[in-house]
Ligand binder design. Structure first.
Ligand SMILES: Cc1cc2nc3c(=O)[nH]c(=O)nc-3n(C[C@H](O)[C@H](O)[C@H](O)COP(=O)(O)OP(=O)(O)OC[C@H]3O[C@@H](n4cnc5c(N)ncnc54)[C@H](O)[C@@H]3O)c2cc1C
Length: 458
């Protein structure tokens, strides 16, 4: 079966690898000049590492199985990590139960309610009910108003800006659930993992495996249209060419789906009233000394222009980073926010001001480089009743499928969910990718398919 995959992010590449191994003729179309999408890599000068920060949790079973399957299991490294909190110009470690008990921002009763909320989150199964409750209402109800005002509200504002008012309780429930699954149940300690070499190593491996199974990866090729062919299958058009496929699987964001696929394939709303995305600007610091001892510092301080501090070199050894330390400073905003469109120099100034406030001891000599990375379509905003807005996997056309992160209705955005989505897609629809080959597999049909497989648009 000739299968076109739109998008060469982790979803598209993982899917292509699995399908190529099943004997399908896959072609991946990737708009950028390198594969990887949001998980791709960046040249920081002395070393390459992920454009955005990535860690692996011990509970990421789908992802870990996938990494083992592609032969990278022995490259997984686990590290004990710490979590911090920044408030009132001070850093607090909240990495153990004792530290949590000492955390001054929340009183004892507030802490008990917080701990109960975390336990409660692990037990919730009926997430659909949470979709109908605004996150603010739910947090006040479970944790109390004082804890909400001091702890949760600054965090929601930092992560979602004013849009937090429209977001459902699913957002915070899935966030808490994932966060606490990083803790070792017995030792109550946080352990996080990474792949030696970062996601660059993962994508290089996938590229090699897909190509050696006969697959094709086209980089720098933006798909413009996907149209039905009269006798089944689809045309994929890009620049001056259109190519015929038996099946097409779309993995890019919803706004692209709306642009490239007509109403006869799929109907989906994008933007307000439909799927809205948060984008991210991430300043990435390469320094000669570490900034923080934590992997994550959550920030509850409106004067700091970034949402958190991610001390990557507390997870990845500096040997892997050319002897330097790597710190990510993300700021999430709605994808239409003008902040995302500021120049690199303007953003450098904003982030440098925040750095001076938070790390007064950091000097210019300590900094080897300050990079600005950004992405416009990162995380769909989980508004009330979000699951009613998303594109379905199966579409109006039997040969066209959509598999993208907008479909994560009860989970945070992460690559374990991507690996899970790929597993479940193949389990549920794998046989539909085989069907037509049987019915349309006559020698004449095959010849027709080969003849029609590459057509230059006049
Ligand atoms: C700041 C940040 C931190 C993160 N932290 C973690 C973490 O700690 N752990 C974790 O597991 N995950 C993390 N993630 C999430 C992880 O990066 C995503 O789950 C993953 O990258 C999603 O992959 P995807 O293929 O579904 O989407 P994408 O990566 O968005 O891929 C879509 C691809 O489609 C391409 N495309 C778009 N339009 C077209 C077109 N017209 N034609 C062809 N191609 C097109 C794009 O260029 C892109 O490559 C993080 C993400 C971000 C941004």
């Amino acid at each position: 079966m000739k299968i076109g995959i739109i998008g060469g992010g982790f979803m598209g590449m993982a899917l292509a690898y699995r399908l190529a191994r099943r004997g399908h003729a896959v072609t991946v179309f990737e708009r950028d000049n390198q594969v990887g999408g949001l998980a791709t890599y960046h040249d920081y000068g002395p070393f390459f590492w992920d454009r955005f920060y990535h860690c692996i949790l011990p509970s990421d079973t789908h992802l870990i199985r996938f990494l083992n399957e592609v032969g990278l299991g022995d490259q997984l490294r686990w590290t004990r990590t710490l979590t911090g909190f920044y408030v009132d110009r001070r850093f607090y470690s909240i990495s153990s139960n004792l530290e949590f008990l000492r955390f001054p921002l929340v009183g004892l009763w507030g802490k008990i309610r917080l701990a109960l909320t975390i336990l409660y989150c692990a037990r919730i199964r009926d997430w659909q009910r949470l979709e109908r409750i605004p996150v603010e209402e739910w947090l006040i109800h479970t944790c109390g108003r004082a804890t909400y005002e001091k702890l949760w509200k600054p965090l929601l504002l930092a992560k979602l800006g004013d849009s937090y008012r429209r977001v459902s309780a699913v957002f915070i429930w899935s966030y808490i659930k994932r966060l606490f699954s990083a803790r070792d149940a017995a030792a109550k300690r946080e352990h996080l993992g990474h792949i030696s070499g970062g996601y660059k190593a993962v994508f290089e491996r996938l590229e090699k495996l897909i190509r050696s199974a006969g697959g094709d990866i086209r980089m720098g090729v933006a798909v413009k249209h996907i149209d039905p062919r009269p006798k089944g299958g689809l045309w994929v058009s890009h620049d001056q060419e259109r190519e015929a496929f038996d099946k097409v699987i779309f993995t890019s964001p919803v706004n692209v789906l709306q642009e490239v696929a007509g109403g006869e394939l799929v109907r989906v709303a994008n933007g307000e009233g439909g799927v809205e995305y948060l984008g991210v600007v991430c300043a990435v610091l390469v320094t000669r000394k570490p900034l923080v001892p934590y992997y994550v510092v959550n920030i509850a301080d409106g004067r700091i222009p970034f949402t958190g501090v991610i001390g990557m070199s507390n997870l990845v050894s500096p040997q892997e980073l050319g002897g330097y330390h790597l710190t990510y400073l993300p700021k999430y905003v709605l994808s239409g926010d003008p902040f995302l469109r500021r120049t690199d120099d303007q953003l450098r100034r904003v982030f440098s001001d925040g750095l001076r406030l938070m790390f007064p001891g950091l000097t210019a000599d300590d900094i080897q480089g300050l990079h600005i990375n950004r992405a416009f379509k990162v995380q769909p905003l989980q508004v009330l009743n979000y699951s009613s807005l998303i594109p379905r996997v199966t579409t109006r056309h039997e040969d066209f499928f959509v598999l993208n992160t907008a479909q994560f209705v009860n989970a945070t955005l992460n690559n374990n969910e991507v690996a899970r989505a790929v597993d479940e897609f193949l389990r549920d629809y794998g046989n539909r990718l085989e069907d037509r080959e049987v019915s349309a597999g006559s020698p004449a049909a095959c010849q027709e398919r080969l003849r029609g497989s590459k057509v230059v648009i006049q």
